[in-house]
Each structure stands twice: as structure tokens, then as C-alpha cells.
Design a protein around this ligand. Structure first.
Ligand code: CP
Length: 339
């Protein structure tokens, strides 16, 4: 089996197919922990994990915290509004101060693409990207792939349509990198103004007509219209967008019988999908949320333990073997900048 050698998780662009499969397999082992009455294993006992969020979040921050707690790590949360960044401190200085308190991993969400990479290059601590600008949201892509694999038993050959605001979507980018590496056929669909120029170079097909993808797809992944990232007006009106692209029961009549509806959340009911579709039989939106914990347990475990868990790590929850002296020296070496 592939081994995990990364200090950080920054994106899915740089992960190999084998590394993505290792994360999915590791998450499968950890999913069972959350179904137990006592939802805890001691796999990361003694580790400290800090969330540093400069944008709002419900699902990602909560599920990282639950994942860390279920692995018995100590956790702390810093929201930008209550950090000293609001007094002029740089994010790197903030992160170095957190690291100085012997924190092992920092989970960061920021509206500037590349912020997690900059931190990773300057910190000994592991850095996990919880969403950076319009760049990537790797754990969302991983949990989406996990949900598809759980439902269909495979990713290779699946026809996946990603519908909506492709231009501003870090979720779309992470899914495109991950799904194409695992052999899915991806089509992106949305208004021409919200379609990045040259998107086909990433190995996807493109259409501006939602009817082109509804009948053929195994997965309809809807994206949130990100009005907060749209400095200019990209749409004539939201009503027009909903009429053309919103998935409702009527449009779904043409879909495959076993189609699944996905959405990373937060959803805008009536805009990206109708309420009866969001809550209906094809929706796996809440399964995605559930699976987010298993994926984030897997990522925290892999970056902090530096290896795939044994069956016992995930099931009975024995602690990981401590890294060797060589591994510790390697992991302690900063990859850039000074501390
Ligand atoms: N999917 C997602 O990133 O949701 P949150 O913004 O609530 O974390």
C-alpha cells in the first residue's frame, strides 16, 4: 500500500491517485468510530490541533474539530475576528506564535488563495487547507469522492456533472483534480460568465445547458453561487439563474434512476436546487457532512502519525508507533523561511 510522506495537505492537484486512494481507504476505517456509542479512539492522544479560520464555516470547522476530538487530540479554535490579526499582526506571525505553543497542526481557511501553502513553507507544524480563496478545498473534494465511492462502489467511469459557479469554486477545482485522477468523467456546467476560460485543459468537458448533463450523469453536484466573491455582476438576475440551472423535481424526471444529488453546502434553496430535491430521495447532502468527519480523521491521522493506520489504530484505537529519530528530524526541518 502507498505510504503517506506529506507534512501538509494543501490541495488535490499535487496528490497522486494512490495517495487519494489511501485517504479514502483510511477514512473507511475511521467512519465506523463515529457510529459507536463511545465515539473516540486514542490514536492522536497528546497531539494539539488548532483551527485558524478567516472566513465563516459551519461544516468544515465543526467536522475538523469533531474529527480531532474523536482521535483524542486536544483542540483549539481561533476565529480571525478575535485574533491579533485584527490588530495588525500578520497571519504568519499569528501562526508562528501558535506553533511556539507546540501545536502540531494548524487547519486554515482564508480568502486569499495560497495562504495555506505560504504557512506550510514557513512552519514546522502540519498545515491543512480548509479552503483558500477560489483555489482548493481538498477535504471537501475527498469527502465528496468518498460519498460517491460509498454509493457506487467505484469512482472510475462515473459521469459527474458539476453545476453552477465554477469560476469562484474551490470545491469544483478540488473535485476536478481528484475525480479525473481516479478516472471519473467530469462535465462542468454553468453560465458562460461563471465558467473559467480554458477549463477543458483540466481534463473536463464543458456545457452551458443543464439539460445536457441531467439525463447522462450518475452524480449531479451543485455549487453555491458565491455572491461574496463576485466583485462584478456575473448574472443578469438570480431568478434567471434559478430558471436555467436550479435542479427541481421537474428537471430530475429525466435523470438516471440511481442519480445522486450533492452539494457542499451551504445551500441556497430555490436558487441552486429546490427544497424538495435538497430533502428528497436522491439527495446525499447530509451523507457528505457525515463523511466529512471520517475524511478529516483520516487526514489528521495521516499528517500527524505519518503513516497509514493499522486495523487496530482505527478499530480498537491503539496509539500509532512513534516516528523514528530520522523521521522526527525530517518532520521538524522547516521547508522555508525562518522561525
Ligand atoms: N462545504 C463547506 O466548506 O461548508 P462550510 O463553509 O460550512 O465549512
Amino acid at each position: 500500500m502507498t505510504e503517506w510522506h506529506r507534512k501538509d495537505l494543501l490541495d488535490l492537484q499535487s496528490l497522486s491517485k494512490e495517495e487519494i486512494e489511501l485517504v479514502l481507504e483510511t477514512a473507511k476505517g475511521f467512519k465506523e468510530v463515529s457510529a459507536r456509542e463511545v465515539k473516540k479512539v486514542p490514536a492522536l492522544r497528546g497531539k494539539t490541533i488548532c483551527s485558524l479560520f478567516f472566513e465563516d464555516s459551519t461544516r468544515t470547522r465543526t467536522s475538523f474539530e469533531l474529527a480531532a476530538k474523536r482521535l483524542s487530540a486536544d483542540t483549539l479554535n481561533i476565529a480571525a475576528k478575535v485574533s491579533s490579526v485584527s490588530k495588525g499582526e500578520t497571519i504568519l506571525d499569528t501562526a508562528k506564535n501558535i506553533q511556539a505553543m507546540n501545536v502540531d497542526a494548524i487547519i486554515v481557511r482564508h480568502n486569499v488563495s495560497g495562504t495555506p501553502k505560504m504557512l506550510a513553507e514557513n512552519l514546522r507544524a502540519s498545515v491543512i487547507n480548509a479552503g483558500d480563496g477560489c483555489h482548493e478545498h481538498p477535504t471537501q473534494g475527498l469527502l465528496d469522492m468518498f460519498t460517491m465511492k460509498e454509493r457506487f462502489g467505484k469512482i472510475a467511469g462515473l459521469k459527474v456533472a458539476i453545476i453552477g459557479d465554477i469560476l469562484h469554486s474551490r470545491v469544483a477545482r478540488s473535485n476536478i483534480w481528484g475525480l479525473t485522477k481516479l478516472g471519473a468523467e467530469v462535465t462542468v456546467c454553468g453560465p458562460s460568465t461563471l465558467m473559467p476560460i480554458g477549463i477543458e485543459k483540466l481534463g473536463v468537458q464543458k456545457t452551458y445547458d443543464v439539460h445536457d448533463v441531467i439525463s447522462q450523469s450518475d452524480v449531479l453536484m451543485l455549487l453555491r453561487i458565491q455572491l461574496e466573491r463576485q466583485k462584478d455582476k456575473f448574472l443578469p438576475s438570480l431568478r434567471e439563474y434559478a430558471k436555467k440551472f436550479s435542479i427541481n423535481k421537474q428537471k430530475l424526471k429525466k435523470a438516471k434512476k440511481d442519480v445522486i444529488i450533492m452539494h457542499p453546502g451551504p445551500t441556497n434553496r430555490g436558487l441552486e436546487l429546490s427544497a424538495d430535491v435538497a430533502d428528497g430521495e436522491y439527495s446525499v447532502i447530509l451523507d457528505q457532512v457525515t463523511n466529512g468527519i471520517a475524511i478529516r480523521m483520516a487526514i489528521l491521522y495521516l499528517v500527524l502519525a505519518g503513516k497509514a493506520p493499522t486495523r487496530a489504530d482505527a478499530r480498537s484505537g491503539s496509539r500509532p508507533k512513534p516516528p523514528s529519530a530520522d523521521e522526527r528530524r525530517e518532520r521538524a526541518a522547516p521547508t522555508g523561511g525562518d522561525d
